[in-house]
Design a protein around this ligand. Structure first.
Ligand SMILES: [Zn+2]
Length: 103
């Protein structure tokens, strides 16, 4: 795998993403990268929403997302989502084991 990637990347003008693109394969409409699904840009917001709904909080979202989906700016996109989410902010500020405080 590494050898084929480096030989393909050599002399290519595709930039650093070229190696990643070589690994992508399309199956039944989904782009697969290894076992993870590479999410198209127009679907990333929707995927974030769905992951966030089932796995609120940055740690849960990241660990779920890292297992199943991938895109270039996934980490920062997830962080931005949590940063702009009031619930996540409140959950993060509440130490585990203590009841939620009424501000
Ligand atoms: Zn949230």
């Amino acid at each position: 795998m590494l050898r084929s990637l480096s030989s393909k990347a050599r002399g290519s003008q595709g930039g650093p993403n070229q190696a990643i693109l070589e690994e992508l394969s399309v199956e039944e409409g989904c782009i697969l990268w290894g076992v993870r699904v590479a999410v198209l840009p127009q679907l990333q917001t929707q995927v974030i929403e769905e992951i966030h709904e089932g796995y609120p909080g940055i740690v849960c979202m990241k660990s779920f997302a890292c297992s199943y989906v991938w895109w270039l700016a996934m980490d920062s996109d997830l962080e931005n989502k949590v940063r702009s989410c009031l619930m996540c902010q409140q959950n993060r500020k509440t130490p585990p084991g203590t009841p939620m405080q009424v501000a």
